[in-house]
Design a protein around this ligand. Sequence first.
Ligand SMILES: [Ca+2]
Ligand SMILES: [Ca+2]
Ligand SMILES: [Ca+2]
Length: 279
Amino acid sequence: MANVDNVPPTVTLAASQVFECNQPGAAAISLPANIIDSDGLQHTSQWRVDGQLVAVNVDVLATELTLGSHRVEVTVFDENGGEASASTTVLVQDTTAPALSIDSFCLWPPNHDVYVVDVEDIAVFDVCDPSATVEFVSGSSNQPDNGLGDGNTDDDIVVHPGSVCVRSERQGGVRDGRTYDVVVQATDANGNSAIGNLLVSVPHDQGSNRCDNRGGEIAGELDPRCVTSSTSQGQIGDPEPYPDDRIGAQSGGCSSSSSPNLALGLPLLALLRRRRRDR
Ligand SMILES: [Ca+2]
Ligand SMILES: [Ca+2]
Ligand SMILES: [Ca+2]
């Protein structure tokens, strides 16, 4: 029964609030209520989130809310039967891109071995999405695929979403050595993405540019991760990233998706030409 002489309390909440996701899929939030009861000594409260009672008798709601929009409501009761309510909207969002941690490395000796790096070797962290994904987007080399003094090999860099292969070689006459630049992209479940670069260098020599942080693992000759999915040539020395058709279409997969036989086409062609010449 309300006391006719009682002044009921008032309560207000801030207008719609936005919190950044600060733990997996959720945010720890703190939301104060402004409660006034001019003739009261004490009051009680009930807090509801999306209709569910989550806290009682606190003036500041401290709770965790999942990603998305929530309706938060507080009802305050004074000791004389007066009450008041307020509500607001709380949005929890993830606008923060994942953080990539990429350890660039070098290759030595320049003996034409092919080294492979998998996306699993690239560290990524996203406070909101523990399952943020990483993929290799494109790659380039600052030296031509088959130039002077670097042996006679093609496809020195092969980029697939899930792996990248680089050949340990450089031009013998270029002091600065070779650098492969692989573009890495991390994406979280909420559409935020970050770009990083994996740099793999092959120094000219072991003098001033010593290779002390070797990385990658040597790939077998027929390692599907190092098979190019296209026969397009002349891209290795391009300062621009490869066109998309050099990148495998399967996410995480490495084998040639379009036409595995194309990769074998060039050696076959060379063999036929040689035979023609031999006649
Ligand atoms: Ca009162
Ligand atoms: Ca994020
Ligand atoms: Ca080469």
